[in-house]
Design a protein around this ligand. Structure first.
Ligand code: ZN
Length: 134
């Protein structure tokens, strides 16, 4: 079951510049983290019970580097917090939705994540996220 929006992922070229901008808006930086599986460095800003997640590439073959090249900076994905990730993926597949990740993989914040294919989700890259308290 989808519980709420976990976070909104925003691609930036320069993480420090991104952090400085969201701090100007008055948001508080919760922390940064490198996610080797996605070749990104991430910065989190809590907003109520959701977060803004800034993503900057750490390598030229990072998916975020590809996104920045094609589309420039901006909203890259929306993540829904789910209570059971394998079950949610199975349900999506039964509905004929294409998946990028058939199996959960490690994300930032100790979470397990999986992406749906944007070609079958009307152009929006959707992430399912099973959060773990830390
Ligand atoms: Zn995410």
């Amino acid at each position: 079951m989808i519980k709420r929006i976990s976070h909104i992922g925003i691609a930036v070229r320069d993480l420090d510049e991104g952090i400085a901008f969201y701090q100007k808006l008055g948001l508080t930086l919760e922390g940064t983290e490198e996610v080797p599986s996605q070749k990104v460095k991430v910065a989190f800003f809590p907003v109520g019970d959701t977060r803004i997640e800034l993503l900057a590439p750490t390598a030229d073959d990072s998916p975020i580097a590809g996104f920045l090249e094609k589309k420039g900076e901006g909203i890259q994905h929306i993540a829904f917090a789910v209570d059971d990730l394998p079950e949610q993926l199975e349900k999506a597949q039964e509905e004929g939705i294409r998946l990028i990740d058939k199996e959960p993989r490690p994300g930032a914040h100790n979470a397990e994540i999986a992406f749906l294919h944007p070609k079958s989700s009307l152009g929006v890259l959707i992430e399912f996220c099973k959060e773990h308290s830390h």
